[in-house]
Design a protein around this ligand. Structure first.
Ligand code: NAD
Length: 299
């Protein structure tokens, strides 16, 4: 088994910046690639912010955070970015065409040893395995937002992924501090969204069909299961934009009438009214002091 030392992250956006920082923090040499220098400059600003989060949330020693930064190299040259990469993690836009074109270019310049991982949330590795030119060394390594504290990583190959490569990526995920979740077959939404999306939709359907109000739906779930949140509060936390985009993509990909009704309902009642959840101060609840945080909510 090859020892992974050099990791390249493609895309310095929301997730790519977090993946690069966490990987460097755990001792790897990291190269961060993006298409423009300005974007890499913005990533450096994000790292300054991450240092504060890591100190607050993880009690991370400042010297370790400074060391992490010395291990990150920035480039806009794709061939340069992978010249000695053992493993790569792609976090570029969630668009099948962009990913296919990117992997075609990457496959042509990366050394034969390099393992390719995608952080895609909704696409399956089999949808662009051929473009990588090395399907056996290609799989998904999927992180969650705020990964230093929501440190779960789902590892999912396609039918042609080599078992040894899969196992190696599981070990890598553990080595950067993730709770590694191996997934044995391709599954849209991995484990997490396969659980979360139907749960959120069940709550939304009870609400939009006038079966119960948001607080009653959440109270039922919280009281019965001893949970700290119900599906309506969770929708506010995820944010209505994200929820709407997920619903829209299901509506478009399935053509199913129920998904279309959910999409229309979300648009009319939340998106168009700027009720975007916690970020805009209102969703199913009003913030900063939502009712579900009242001491009396479950009485
Ligand atoms: P983002 O838009 O914040 O960042 C994407 C980055 O990719 C940008 O910096 C952009 O400049 C760069 N980019 C654009 N075209 C490129 C190209 N051709 N080659 C290389 N880089 C290019 O996106 P994000 O939210 O970080 O999402 C990236 C991936 O991570 C997506 O596949 C998404 O599904 C997945 N993901 C996102 C989240 C999340 O909460 N945002 C969570 C898990 C997984």
């Amino acid at each position: 088994m090859m020892k992974i030392k050099n990791v390249t992250v493609f895309g310095s956006g929301v997730l790519g910046a977090q993946i690069a920082f966490q990987t460097a923090y755990r001792g790897y040499q990291v190269t961060l690639f993006d298409i423009k220098d300005e974007l890499l400059e913005q990533a450096k600003l994000k790292f300054a912010q991450f240092k504060e989060f890591y100190q607050q949330d993880l009690n991370a020693p400042p010297a370790d955070l400074d060391d992490a930064l010395t291990r990150i190299y920035f480039t806009t040259d794709l061939a340069e970015s992978v010249k000695d990469a053992d493993l790569t993690i792609e976090a570029i836009p969630e668009n099948i065409q962009i990913k296919k074109e990117f992997y075609t270019r990457l496959g042509a310049v990366a050394p034969a040893k390099t393992i390719f991982c995608t952080n895609s949330s909704t696409l399956l590795p089999s949808q662009f395995a051929v473009e990588t030119g090395r399907p056996g060394q290609f799989l998904a390594l999927h992180f969650a937002n705020y990964l230093w504290k929501n440190n779960v990583a789902e590892i999912m190959g396609h039918a042609g992924t080599d078992q040894e490569i899969f196992d190696q990526v599981v070990q890598f995920a553990k080595s950067i501090g993730m709770l590694a979740i191996p997934i044995y077959k391709e599954q849209p939404g991995y484990v997490m969204n396969s659980l979360l999306v139907p749960w959120l939709m069940a709550g939304l359907d009870l609400f939009r069909n006038g079966i119960a109000d948001a607080a009653s739906i959440d109270k039922t779930w919280m009281k019965t299961l001893g949970a700290t949140l119900g599906p309506m509060a969770m929708s506010d936390l995820v944010g209505m934009n994200t929820a709407y985009n997920v619903i829209k993509s299901y509506a478009e990909s399935t053509g199913d009438e129920v998904w279309k009704q959910r999409q229309d309902f979300m648009k009319e009642n939340f998106i168009d009214k700027n009720k975007l959840g916690i970020s805009s101060g209102e969703g199913f609840y009003k913030y900063p002091n939502p009712a579900y945080q009242d001491a009396d909510f479950l009485k």
